[in-house]
Write a protein that binds this ligand. Structure first.
Ligand SMILES: [Zn+2]
Length: 393
């Protein structure tokens, strides 16, 4: 779509419209100095990269008599020199839209839409705040039981999607994420979890936090590992927990988009004390956790408490706004205090999580030394298995 042509030709074609000087500047700025069709940079030669003005101003509704492309008996004269009717294009694209002016692909409406979309994109990209953030991508593989086989499914996060999710509030401070990726291949065992925690700690400590202004953290992987990572990160750093949904990283939406009837609901803790002071806490947030999924793994008489989302909102992508993350923090902290009040300082909480990873990360961050001990469970094929105890911060 690019080619070099003599400056004299450029000059002749460029005189085609009579935009005033300020509108000409506005058009250049709105287009970002790029062709509004093919996005080619219009200020340099595509061959030698030397400075060269390759821009042409193309009428959408053509001017210059009935034979002009996309001519209109009234609007052609009325809109001739209005900025809304002019596109900044390269020679090839200008030639193309005029040669195929009867093609529905290049109708007035289509060209107006192309111009609008290009200018909106340029506006959005140049509206970035200069605040810089380090994107941290935390991933572990996920173990899945598929029939007889136990396989490790590798997970990854695309930098492009993470970058889009942090913008426009922040701009990445480097061309890729700091990746904390873990792919242990051993079957789950105490040694497996111990090795995994060691390598998470090692990689986290290798990040030079003094050089980093701000962190944007994306997590995907085994729940206990994500909670452990949250514990390591704690509250010492300036950071944002970012959202990862089933399809990948997404931008936080505005709080107003959360349904009015959304909340975190707590089953009242049972009144009786049990012998061992073991309590099961189920975070039934993206799905309902059922007794049969963990019964074999916990003391038989342990009472069960659910922190739930309302039934209509209990699905994998319910988390859309940061406001919900704040509400979860309050609900979780309240739940821990309540359990502690009822079952005493020495009680142990067996934690089952059906929750999005930003929430699991917050579980680790929120759990303080004065809270009851948390025993973390990993879910494989609908069954929870004990992973490790989250040590106090
Ligand atoms: Zn072009």
């Amino acid at each position: 779509m690019t080619r070099k042509f003599p400056k004299t030709v450029t000059k002749a074609i460029k005189g085609h419209t009579n935009l005033n000087e300020f509108d000409t500047i506005r058009l250049w700025v709105a287009a970002g100095g790029r062709c509004e069709m093919c996005n080619d940079l219009l200020t340099e030669s595509p061959l030698t990269f030397e400075p060269l003005n390759r821009a042409e101003r193309a009428h959408i509704i053509g001017q210059g008599g009935p034979k002009a492309p996309r001519h209109h008996p009234i609007d052609s004269e009325l809109k001739a020199d209005q900025i809304d009717n002019v596109m900044l294009l390269c020679f090839d694209c200008h030639h193309e839209i005029d040669r195929r002016s009867t093609d529905p692909e290049f109708s007035v409406e289509k060209l107006q839409a192309i111009k609008r979309q290009h200018e909106e994109r340029i506006w959005y990209l140049t509206d970035l705040k200069p605040k810089r953030t380090r994107i941290v991508a935390f991933t572990t593989n996920i173990q899945q039981n598929l029939g007889e086989d136990c396989t490790q499914q590798t997970t990854s996060l695309s930098f492009r999607e993470m970058r889009d999710a942090v913008m426009p509030d922040f701009f990445p401070d480097q061309g890729d994420a700091s990746r904390l990726a873990f792919r242990p291949t051993t079957p789950e065992s105490p040694e497996h979890w111990s090795e995994l925690r060691k390598s998470i700690k090692r990689k986290w400590e290798r990040l030079d936090l003094e050089e980093i202004e701000h962190l944007s953290i994306f997590c995907l992987g085994k729940m206990p590992a994500v909670a452990y990572f949250g514990r390591l990160v704690g509250s010492t750093t300036t950071l944002r927990t970012m959202n990862v949904q089933v399809g990948g990283p997404v931008r936080w939406r505005d709080a107003s988009q959360v349904a009015d009837d959304f909340s975190f609901e707590l089953d009242p803790p049972p009144a009786h004390l049990n012998a061992t002071n073991d309590v099961v806490l189920c975070l039934s947030l993206s799905g309902l956790i059922e007794d049969r999924q963990f019964r074999q793994a916990v003391p038989a008489d342990a009472p069960v408490i659910h922190l739930r989302t309302p039934e209509g909102h209990r699905h994998k992508n319910f988390l859309i706004a940061k406001k919900q993350l704040g509400e979860f923090r309050r609900a979780f902290s309240h739940t821990l205090s309540l359990i502690q009040e009822r079952f005493g300082q020495e009680c142990r909480i067996h934690l089952m999580m059906a929750a999005p990873t930003p929430i699991v990360f917050e579980v680790g961050r929120q759990h303080q030394a004065h809270h009851p001990t948390l025993l973390l469970y990993n879910c494989i094929s609908q069954q929870f298995h004990f992973a490790f105890t989250l040590e106090p911060a």
